[in-house]
Design a protein around this ligand. Structure first.
Ligand code: ADP
Length: 654
């Protein structure tokens, strides 16, 4: 076994790899960018090396710096994690040339699977079923259009070198093809440095089921069963589970065998995932990811294997001692990915400081790379944590995950926590009616319009602000109950901003309780708060759990999986002005203008695309909110824009 390894990654996966390494007695070296000097993965490592400025290209993708750090620290092997350099064959070769073991598959296997198009051709030869489509070399737009017609609309355009759902476009008819191709190629070129695409038949309601494979360097290939990753937004997984519910034993076996055949066809070594798209009782090869996946913990939960340990052992040349029959699958596990993002704004990534962060480490397995006080920056992936629950069956795992999400709280950055809780609690999810269209189909239930905070949430915020009525019976100066000599206790009024509204709470002490008046209702209330955010609320005699976090005037209250963000309002402060950005077309996040579709004076219709901004490697099209005329265009293609800057102004409606 190695005595020291370097982890060429950041965030939760770097921490995850280090934990296993430490358990195995392997020393760890972290690398970090200037933005990550104070990051958890740096603190966790035995040694750390700065490798460059914040942009990934200059740090986590900087192969030279990383290899130099490994040499300098005497690391014998490099674990690439996922993303960044994990599927980069040149990097694997550079490691080998420097005498360092790359903990991953041989470069040839990475290359064979690196292009979705080439991989599909290879799989076809190996007898693995693939989705009908065109994956040839002729990239002439007219030719691609013709191929799309032959496949029959709807089709899906995919970046051949793609990943993470980037560079994908659904095309419903021939008329939309040219524009969609344009966008896909541009996104592909900027994300992967390769604008080649392939075209597939778009399946309407497929499931995404993938098989975890593992190969040692002695020709043994095993699979560790499958994961269902059908719950996706923007073609990216957010909830994954193992095993895939309702999969018939025969099909499960056939998929396992096909995955092993795929790995064998490319001389695979190490951890890999063969992704299939499944429609009714047919499955098709989509691609193979030649690395550890984000969602590997659900496989670990049902098989009892530590996949990072397996990776290290395989990379160190060890031979499997188990055979396929030894790989058990017990119980059920579900993972939810907690992201800094705005579900109600098209799941746009969010950035900011995690002023308060409470993760349910006592209820579920939590994988994270951040701590309270850390920032989510636009430089890297906005995932905050993965929460993984296991149970003897799916219902138990689901209940535990729901419970874990209810114990989770974040204040400072918008997250998908409430959205995840609604997914886990959804009746269709409970019934395992899973397909990649799930979120779209259940949109109304999963993304309800914002509603005013319930009285319980307002009460919790008020109680946090006013504390207990009597702190010490013996010390009259410690009374907070508005006690007056010979008159009833004075009531105090607190104001909270709740979305657009201001909510008033009138609080009067009654012994050890408060009597709260919130709008029309009157509640007898008491609460106990633990500094980590856990709270016990007693409202009119009924006791319940909550999570209440605060930072300055901001308070976040989480009850039963739902959450509300309130701001304490100082009644003496001047009234806030109206939102200056209302009605303007502004950049949703910091990014770069990649396409301008209108010019001043153009008449536009509501919903018409006006400008395309690339941010966090995704394109965001900004559309006209109403019919009108373009008055000003403030930026040109290539310009960098800050979040919230006005990009285009429409003339006043006549
Ligand atoms: P990426 O490498 O960008 O993640 P994949 O090829 O793995 O892209 O596809 C990502 C997701 O896109 C799949 O999980 C599935 O939801 C959807 N998808 C891919 N191919 C098809 C298809 N032919 N029809 C319908 N949906 C698809």
């Amino acid at each position: 076994m190695f005595s020291k390894i370097l982890i060429a990654n950041r965030g939760e996966i770097a921490c995850r790899v280090m934990r296993t390494a430490r358990r195995m007695g392997v020393a760890t070296v972290a690398v970090y960018s200037e933005a990550d000097a104070g990051a958890l993965h740096v603190a966790m490592a035995d040694e750390a090396r700065l490798i460059g400025p914040p942009p990934a290209r200059q740090s986590y993708l900087n192969a030279e710096s990383i290899i130099a750090a490994a040499k300098e620290t005497g690391a014998e092997a490099i674990h690439p994690g996922y993303g960044f350099l994990s599927e980069n064959a040149e990097f694997a070769e550079a490691c080998a040339a420097a005498g360092i073991v790359f903990i991953g598959p041989p470069p040839a296997a990475m290359r064979a699977m690196g292009s979705k198009a080439a991989a599909k051709a290879l799989m076809q030869q190996a007898g693995v079923p693939v989705v009908p489509g065109y994956h040839g070399d002729d990239q002439d737009p007219a030719h691609l259009q013709q191929e799309a017609g032959k496949i029959g609309f709807p089709v899906l355009i995919k970046a051949s070198g793609g990943g993470g759902g980037r560079g994908m476009r659904i095309v419903n008819g021939a008329a939309e093809f040219a524009r969609a191709l344009d966008g896909a190629k541009r996104e592909a070129a900027s994300s992967f440095g390769d604008d080649r695409v392939l075209i597939e038949k778009y399946l309407a309601r497929p499931r995404h089921i993938e098989v975890q494979v593992f190969a040692d360097a002695h020709g043994n290939v095993l699979h560790l069963h499958e994961r269902d990753c059908s719950i996706q937004r923007r073609y990216q997984k957010i909830v994954e589970e193992a095993p895939a519910p309702g999969l018939k034993p025969k099909m499960r076996q056939a998929m396992g065998e096909a995955a092993v055949a795929a790995a064998k066809a490319v001389g695979y070594v190490g951890a890999g995932t063969v992704e299939f798209i499944v429609e009714k009782d047919r499955f098709y090869f989509m691609e193979m990811n030649t690395r550890l996946q984000v969602e590997h913990p659900v496989t670990e939960a049902v098989t009892g294997a530590d996949l990072v340990e397996w990776q290290l052992r395989v990379a160190a040349g060890e031979k499997f001692t188990r055979t396929q029959g030894d790989i058990a699958c017990s119980g059920h596990a579900i993972e939810a990915r907690l992201y800094a993002e705005n579900p109600d704004r098209g799941f746009l990534p969010a950035t900011g400081t995690l002023h308060r962060l409470r993760l349910p480490t006592d209820v579920a397995r939590v994988e994270t790379g951040v701590r309270e006080g850390d920032a989510v920056t636009p430089f890297y992936d906005p995932m905050i944590a993965k929460i993984i629950a296991w149970g003897p069956d799916r219902a138990a795992a689901r209940t535990r995950l729901g419970h874990a999400l209810a114990e989770t709280g974040v204040l400072g950055v918008a997250t998908n926590r409430g959205f995840l809780a609604r997914v886990i609690g959804d009746a269709d999810f409970a019934a395992a009616k899973l397909d990649t269209g799930f979120i779209e189909r259940r949109r109304a239930a999963l993304l309800p319009p914002p509603a005013p905070a319930p009285d319980a949430a307002i009460a919790a915020a008020a109680l946090l602000c006013i504390g207990e009525p009597i702190v010490s019976v013996s010390d009259p100066w410690a009374r907070r109950d508005g006690w007056r000599l010979n008159t009833p206790n004075a009531a105090q009024t607190l104001l909270f901003r709740d979305g657009e509204e201001t909510r008033a709470v009138e609080a009067a002490a009654a012994g050890t309780f408060w009597v709260l008046r919130i709008g029309e209702s009157r509640l007898t209330a008491a609460a106990r708060f633990v500094p980590d955010g856990a709270a016990t609320l007693t409202l009119d005699g009924a006791q319940s759990r909550a999570v209440v976090l605060d930072h300055g005037d901001d308070i976040a209250v989480f009850i039963d999986g739902a959450g509300w963000r309130l701001t304490r309002v100082d009644p003496l402060a001047p009234p806030a002005g109206s939102d200056p950005s209302a009605g303007h077309l502004s950049a949703p996040m910091p990014g770069r203008v990649v396409q301008l579709l209108v010019a001043p004076g153009d008449a536009v219709r509501q919903g018409q695309p006006l400008i395309v901004v690339e941010a966090m490697k995704m394109e965001h099209t900004i559309a006209a909110p109403r019919d009108g005329t373009v008055a000003t265009v403030r930026y040109a293609v290539g310009d960098l824009v800050e979040e919230g800057t006005e990009l285009i102004a429409l003339a006043e409606a006549p």
